[in-house]
Design a protein around this ligand. Structure first.
Ligand SMILES: [Zn+2]
Length: 528
């Protein structure tokens, strides 16, 4: 009895509670947080164990280990605050065999953490317990269960969608959720006129950008503002309508009573990332709700949008993604003018909200810019191809900017000054010993000297840091680990986007047409 007590006093127990979405949907009382907590606390009391912390993940799927409370538990284990973990059953820990197996069989033993699963009768401290052998097997069962549940939920949702039930969190503009049936859409008399107006404006010859500008000028709240969630921080903040989202709305079949759902799917019950499905796989239900736009108007608008889309041919550009606006920090896009048959750069922020003056055009002739950049890169590549040449060029560059020699000189002087100060202090001490100066004088003078010495020592330290960093950088420049990239570039007749992004970090364009190139290759940065 006594032995048991002292032994238990060694344990700092973290109880881990998890309520999964699956449990929630099925409303299993036995899995409720309160129930799990009661079982765990009863176990602790019975075994005279001290509670160090409670970790509750509420409504998070157990198929992923990205759970906030669980992460906290792991942190506390790492910090030594917890050395024993108790759960109601193994499936609380996770339903993925590989992951939960990792914790039970590797992580916990490695951290000398005792793990107890009450209902499974698993206790890693009782190493000879035959129940422990069942743990991996039970984990497999749990994983099968999660897979099965996930499949079942998917089928249920699929069925609901096929029945024409609206399952998104927010209704599309112009509609609202039926107060009597949250899975049914009804026309929202407040916003429906706005949608009708949008369609009419296209027929009247307005473009989506014009519509966006007019709506913004009229201070009409955007759907994001209405739903109080942020899609684009900037447009939300200012309430700017965006042409692309207006286009998306005009294309939405929801306005002729069609409900299109299941456009994307999570990859698996383990990987929650969503992928877009092909149109043939969407779940489409006709006449799911009252249409807002008559079909004739709707299809006329689709035709008008098609013809305006045809005019803009998709082009690819070598520098796409590398151009940045030096003034607003956003990206710079590349547009093509059919009329004048040339491509030009344009700040995306400026273009999206032209009349708002959030930024300026940043227009440059794209062809000329590309030519200039490729030439510049070619030139740098050629210099770097020649070992001697590059070393010479870099040396010169480095010597020219004098940075290193200035640093070294300052450091030398500081060290000399330090020696002088130390000598002074010694002399002062000797003077005091020989009664040349009084105690008071010694105190005040040595305090002053010491203060200066301390300051100097700090200065020396920072100079040394700077110098060692510079030397490190210099070494990197001469290491030539980028030779392969340069070789590849020079071999190509026309550089590819891939190689450009290996060489160039970003190209900043200023409104005054100044262009700054920032390279990924350190030597280029020094040579430019
Ligand atoms: Zn800009």
């Amino acid at each position: 009895m006594f032995e048991g007590l002292t032994k238990n006093a060694l344990y700092r127990v973290g109880i881990y509670i998890r309520l999964s979405k699956e449990d929630n949907d099925k409303v299993i009382e036995s899995e409720s947080i309160t129930n799990q907590r009661n079982i765990l606390l009863a176990y602790l009391k019975e075994n005279k164990l001290a509670l160090a912390g409670e970790y509750v993940d509420d409504g998070v799927s157990g198929t992923t280990f990205d759970r906030p409370a669980f992460n906290r538990l792991i942190n506390d284990i790492e910090d030594g605050k917890v050395n024993m973990v108790v759960t109601k059953d193994l499936s609380r820990l996770g339903r993925d065999y590989i992951q939960s197996g990792y914790y039970v069989e590797q992580y916990f033993p490695m951290k000398r953490v005792r793990y107890v699963s009450i209902l499974d009768n698993i206790d890693t401290e009782r190493s000879n317990s035959s129940e422990n052998d069942i743990a991996p097997f039970r984990s497999i069962l749990n994983e099968m269960y999660a897979k099965d549940i996930s499949k079942k939920i998917r089928i249920v949702f699929q069925q609901k969608k096929e029945d024409g039930q609206f399952l998104s969190t927010s209704a599309p503009l112009g509609y609202k959720k039926d107060p009597n049936d949250k899975h049914h859409l009804i026309i929202d008399n407040e916003t429906a006129p706005l949608v009708r107006r949008m369609f009419k404006m296209i027929i009247d010859g307005y473009g989506t950008t014009q519509i966006a500008n007019i709506f913004t000028d009229e201070h009409i709240p955007t759907p994001a503002m209405r739903n109080k969630y942020q899609t684009n921080a900037l447009s939300y903040q200012y309430g700017y309508w965006h042409a692309a989202s207006i286009r998306r709305m005009l294309r939405n079949n929801v306005y002729i009573g069609k409900l299109e759902q299941g456009k994307s799917q999570t990859i698996s019950y383990k990987n929650r990332q969503r992928v877009r499905l092909p149109k043939e796989q969407w779940i489409v239900v006709e006449n799911a709700h009252e249409p807002l736009i008559d079909e004739e108007t709707f299809y006329t608008v689709q035709r008008l949008l098609d013809t305006s889309a045809k005019k803009t041919v998709k082009r690819t550009y070598l520098l796409t993604g590398l151009l940045k606006c030096a003034d607003c920090g956003g990206s710079i896009g590349i547009a093509h003018s059919n009329k004048r048959n040339f491509s030009y750069t344009s700040c995306n922020l400026y273009r999206a909200y032209t009349k708002r003056h959030l930024c300026t055009p940043h227009t440059l002739n794209y062809e000329a810019l590309e030519l200039m950049i490729v030439e510049k890169v070619r030139e740098l590549c050629k210099i770097c191809m020649d070992n001697e040449k590059i070393e010479e060029a870099l040396r010169k560059k480095i010597e020219n900017n004098n940075y290193k020699s200035t640093l070294e000189k300052t450091l030398k002087e500081a060290n000399e000054k330090k020696i002088r100060l130390e000598k002074n202090l010694e002399r002062l001490y000797e003077d005091r010993l020989n009664d040349v100066i009084t105690v008071e004088m010694y105190k005040s003078m040595s305090a002053k000297q010491n203060e200066g010495l301390l300051k100097l020592k700090n200065e020396i330290k920072s100079l040394e840091d700077k110098l060692s960093e510079f030397v490190k950088e210099e070494k990197e420049i001469f290491s030539f680990d980028y030779k392969e990239i340069i070789n590849d570039f020079l071999k190509l007749k026309n550089p590819t986007k891939e190689i450009m992004s290996k060489i160039i970090d970003r190209i900043e364009i200023h409104e005054d047409k100044k262009v700054d190139i920032y390279y990924r290759i350190k030597a280029f940065e020094k040579l430019k």
